[in-house]
Design a binder for this molecule. Structure first.
Ligand code: TYM
Length: 353
């Protein structure tokens, strides 16, 4: 970790086992950036409590996410892996940034609207979003944390003055907002934050549900066969892939009118490195069953070592704790510097030493 390399900061929520979407759209890509960047990989436990959760599960999922990161190739010797709540500054900076962020900008965020909709709240309007409580689940409410979510995310990024933020396509809008927030702060005070660039992989940036390929693959899908989890057993992976929804016709090609087949080809291509064109050529004259079997083989052989390494890591709590101790120390050093700078620029009196 050195000062002259570009800084990347990125995170995932510890809300369960990572999916093939998280892996191909994000973590696999992060692992390829270790040598050329100063890397900060966070596990954002504070974001995870914006939806209903249980404390014991959060604790288990947070440590599990750290082990999954390492098992997927994020080498703690070449990156700072840390838990968001271990570093002072994320929530403090989020507060400062929230005081310059119009509520309307937050209400417009697609993920906010989707999460509110999941609770049964209907939203309407573009700039002044209205909520219809009628039909909402009993006892459900849209909490302020859910609305503030993207501000905390902006704080995660800006606290490290990151140059690039490698994410999947679904985070593009949050990144845009983060850039606006940074720009607004710089304009109101003086240049303080770098304007971070999204870094979205060419392949795998939007992996879709196996059952409804018009929707993204998600951890929280109610239909468990729709999502491939990186720690699924080989037979489970195979079963899910073999029952994936395909499209009408029998041709195997990546095209808009073939969302199911395109998704399977995309998963294969991202893991095997074989370009889509070559895969299409390879499967000419073959059936959907052949494609599914090939995808299952590629997925299983890529995930087998990940699963094995994970098993070792999750048993070794003291190693995980040492990774987190080092990660938090490096992250905190950078975060304190930035936080002090932000407070100074925003007119706060310096803390007595
Ligand atoms: P999260 O936990 O939902 O997802 C982690 C990463 O996985 C990517 N991803 C996908 N990529 C392709 N196809 C999919 N189906 C798919 N599903 C998820 C996401 O784009 C993400 O890169 N808000 C963030 C967490 C966050 C963050 C940050 C990210 C908090 N602070 C600061 C970057 C920088 C989130 O919920 O990710």
């Amino acid at each position: 970790m050195s000062d002259d390399k570009p800084v990347i900061l990125t995170c995932a929520q510890p809300t369960g086992v990572l999916t093939m979407g998280n892996y191909l759209g994000a973590v696999k890509n992060w692992a390829s950036m270790l040598d050329d960047h100063d890397c900060y990989f966070g596990v954002v436990d504070l974001h995870a409590i914006t939806v209903q959760y249980t404390p014991a599960e959060l604790r288990r999922n947070t440590l599990s996410c750290v082990a999954q990161y390492i098992a997927c190739g994020l080498d703690p010797e070449r990156a700072s892996i840390f838990i968001q709540s271990h570093v002072t500054g994320h929530t403090e900076l989020a507060w400062l940034l929230s005081c310059t962020t119009p509520i309307g900008e937050l209400q417009r965020m697609t993920q906010f609207k989707e999460k509110a909709a999941k609770l049964g709240f209907k939203t309407s309007g573009e700039n002044d979003v209205k909520f219809t409580h009628e039909g909402a689940r009993a006892g459900a409410s849209v909490n302020a944390g859910l609305l503030m979510y993207p501000v905390l995310m902006a704080a995660d990024i800006l606290l490290y003055n990151a140059d690039k933020v490698p994410v999947g396509n679904d985070q593009r809008q949050h990144l845009e907002l983060c850039r606006d927030i940074a720009q607004r702060f710089n304009n109101s005070h003086s240049p303080t934050f770098k304007i971070p660039e999204p870094y979205i992989p060419k392949s795998g940036a939007r992996i879709m549900s196996l059952q409804e390929p018009s929707r993204k693959m998600s951890k929280s899908d109610e239909n468990s066969t729709a999502t491939l989890f990186i720690l699924d057993q080989p037979d489970v992976l195979k079963k899910k892939i073999m029952s994936a929804v395909t499209d009408s016709g029998s041709e195997i090609r990546a095209a808009e009118d073939k969302p199911g087949v395109s998704n399977l080809l995309q998963i294969h291509s991202s893991l095997s490195g074989v370009p889509l064109d070559d895969l299409e050529a390879e499967f000419t004259g073959k059936g959907y069953g052949d494609l599914k079997r090939a995808v299952a083989d590629v997925v299983i052989s890529a995930m087998e070592p990940v699963g094995q390494r994970y098993k070792e890591l999750i048993e070794d709590k003291s190693y995980l704790e040492s990774v987190l101790k080092n990660g938090a120390a490096t992250a905190q050093k950078r975060a304190y510097k930035m936080l002090a700078k932000v407070y100074r620029k925003a007119g706060f009196v310096e803390r007595p030493r």
